[in-house]
Structure formats: C-alpha cells, structure tokens
Design a protein around this ligand. Sequence first.
Ligand code: FAD
Length: 464
Amino acid sequence: MTDTFDVVVIGAGPVGENVAARAVRGGLTAALVEHELVGGECSYWACMPSKALLRPGHALAAARRLPGVPVGDHLDAAKVLERRTYFTSNWDDAGQVQWAEGAGITVIRGSARLDGERRVVVGDRTLTARQAVAVCTGSVPVVPPLEGIAETRVWTSRDATSAKAAPGRLIVLGGGVVGVELAQAWRRLGSDVDLVISGELPLPKLEPIAGELVAEGLREDGISLHTGAKAVRVSRDGGEVTLGLSDGTVLTADELLVATGRRPATDSVGVETVGLKPGDTLHVDDSGLVSGVDGQWLYAAGDVTGRAPLTHQGKYEARVVGDVIAARARGPVETPPWSQFTATADHASVPQVVFTDPEVAAVGLTAAQASAAGIETRVVDLDIAVAGSSVHADGYRGKARMVVDERRKVLVGVTFVGPDVAELLHSATVAIVGEVPLDRLWHAVPSYPTISEVWLRLLEAYGL
Ligand SMILES: Cc1cc2nc3c(=O)[nH]c(=O)nc-3n(C[C@H](O)[C@H](O)[C@H](O)COP(=O)(O)OP(=O)(O)OC[C@H]3O[C@@H](n4cnc5c(N)ncnc54)[C@H](O)[C@@H]3O)c2cc1C
C-alpha cells in the first residue's frame, strides 16, 4: 500500500506534533507516525508527570515558610500520584489523537523507518513525501556501562515518573536535571533517597550558584548526597538493589533510578538508507535541514538534533521546520538569523527551568560559556533579598547572576535560583533575545513588592 503526503513526520512527541500542525497550517498535507503514544515522552513520562509529582511538595514547603498557614508535615502521596496520573491521561493518548486529527493531521500508528529519499516504511505501508520527511524521534536514556547493569532491573525516568507508589528507599544515580528533580519529588513523597553524583555539585551545566543552592535544598529535605562518586557495579538480590561506588561505599535500596543522560533516538529509523549512521545525532542547519543529505527534503527537530533537549525549544524548532517546509513548497526561501524560518535562539538564548525547591531559572550563556566564546564579560552576582522576596517567604534564600557583554552592553546570560523564580525567567529571555541595551532595560521598572525587584538591584550593582 502506498500513500502520498506533502510531509511525513516520524515521531509524535510535542515536536513532531508541532511540525505537522504548522505544515498543515501552511496548506500542506501531513502524516504523523507514532509507535507508542501520541504526545511523546513529555506528556507521559517526562515534563508533565515529573512536574505534577513536584508541585505539591513545593506548595507544602512554601506554606510551611509562612507562619499562620495551617499545614501538616507530609503530603498525601496517594492523592499526589492520582493527580499525576490525571496529567498523563492515565497513559492514554486518545485526547492527543483527537487534537491531531482536528488539526487536519493524519495519524498513523506504527514504527517508521526511512527507506531512501522521501520514502518512509510503516509495516506494510510505504509513505511517500512530496515535500519533506521530518525526523522527530526524540531521545532515549543512556545506560552507563556498570558491572552487572545488563542483568539488573533498574528504573529509568519512565519508571520514576509512572511509579504507582513511593519506594521505601531510592538511589538516584546522576545529578543532572532529571536526577535532582526526581530525587526531590520522591523524597517529598516519603522515600529515603541517596543521590549519587560524579562532580562536587549537581547541575554542572548551569552556573555554580544553581548546584550550590539546589544541593543545600536537597540536603535540607534529608536526601543523602554522595558527591565526587563513581558508580562501578550494580546488582539485585531479591527485592534489594545494591550500588557499589569506586571508594568502596555500598548503597542499598528498593529501587535504583539511573538518570545519567539521554541520547538521540536514531538507532532504528533507517537513517543508513540516506547515508547517515544509526545512533548518531541528526545535525541540522538553523532551518532544520539535516546535514549530510542532498536536497532540501530531510528535516529534524527536537531532542534528536541534540541542540536544546527541552520541550519548549523543540517546539520552537518545530514551528520553524513546519513553516519552512510549507514556504519552500511555494518557492525559494531566505533564512537570515531571527527570521520565521530560522531557529536562531537555539544558539545562545535557550531558557530552562529546573523545578526543584529552590528552583533554577536560567537563560543564555553561563559566565564560563560566554568567556569561552570570546565575549568580554562582566558578571554581577547578588543575593535575592528584596521586599518582594521577604514577603514571599520567611527566610527566603536565593541568588541571581547576570552576565553582561561589555562591548555591546547587553545581557548574554541570566540565572535566578530561589523559591518560585521560574516565572521571572521570561523577562530575562526577552531581554536577551531582544538584545535590550542595559540603559534601556533600566527603564523596565519592576513592580513593588515583587521578587522581580532583583532586576533593579542587579542593574544598580552593575552601576546604573
Ligand atoms: C524526566 C524528564 C523530565 C523532563 N522535564 C522537562 C521539562 O520540565 N521541561 C522541558 O522543557 N523538557 C523536559 N524534559 C525534556 C523533554 O521531555 C524533551 O525535550 C521532549 O520530550 C522532546 O520532545 P521530542 O518530540 O523531540 O521527543 P519525544 O517526546 O521523545 O517524542 C518522540 C516520539 O517519537 C516516537 N518515535 C521514536 N521513534 C519512532 C519510530 N521509529 N516510529 C514512530 N515513532 C517513533 C516516540 O515514541 C515518541 O513518542 C524532560 C525529560 C525527562 C526525561
């Protein structure tokens, strides 16, 4: 059976959905192929369930920082898990399929493989793409080569976001975003948690203030942090899992969450039929065209490109890809930086929130990244200690850092760490993407008394 569409999208995560929707909006037909659940990792095993697990613990901690608010000491774990399950639609994608079909997209169930130029095979069907194929297959967890890991049942982030009850004891291996978020989520739901990280601080890709304050927060919650630790072997004996570290420490628990990173899902998408290597990242130009493939027909977006593995950034790339495919169907297209057809923000303006308590909200370059890029920087560091933060919570503790490009007098990076700073982030993103000169930013007056007054203090500390 052969079907022809203008665009065939492989993978119906948030990114694939958006590529297809934008292409249809641009007047094209689109098939969206999915072999698990329409909505992808984010909806069922990543962003949504993890945030649903974390939010009640944050609310309880926030209430406990305010005298006079009558709250207990513990969460009702069963109710939290029930609400988490609600957010995943009980791992049923009927709602998302209905949305896709309502948007004019043809949803096809099955595992898709490229089969040469503009052809995609799904079971006994061959889909032919008149304009383009977009690979949006996301990423899969990296499993580190620990002795015994192949024979040992361990948790990945999928298990940790879909578990039906809190394990009594949980070891989390990995101090990146997934590791710290899920360590805190399960700790606050009642598990005893050991967090094993290879560096001295968690969150090594962010500014050090992030790792410092998050580590403090995790310790205050009662999580045992094992820093500078190298895991070497793992085994399971009956119900108990054991993790051996290189310094001789042996940790035991009911579950071991391995959160040591993710890699692009290109193992079985047929990329070898177009001259690429299975397992490799699909490198793309700023319009989403895959490098190393002739002709303007193979696109990729989202985690599979390795550019910025975040849902919001992948969806931004998806809007670019869907729009540029539709535009190129009409004729040649210019792709200057910051055009509708160019994912320029991926390079140095990516916002990210770590939903721990304290939260981390960061956008752009860290001071180290900016210096490495040859930018003449000036760094301003401050405690978040303004009227708004002191009213927000007793004993509010937070830090802010802004990184200024001294030649252009604009911001290139901003990081806030503290309770409830996530909603501050978009102001920083707008300042960076808009390249707002500092002497104009000075006129963006923060409201009193809000935490955003930290902007005023940062600019004052800079010398304005
Ligand atoms: C625990 C956790 C928490 C996270 N929290 C956040 C967060 O709070 N905010 C945030 O921005 N990001 C978060 N992320 C990252 C976010 O989940 C990803 O960036 C996002 O899901 C990427 O979207 P995607 O569409 O590229 O890939 P995916 O969501 O992985 O979707 C890819 C889809 O392709 C399908 N597929 C793969 N191969 C084939 C094939 N051959 N045929 C058919 N279908 C195929 C898969 O089944 C899947 O549905 C989190 C990640 C994890 C692991």
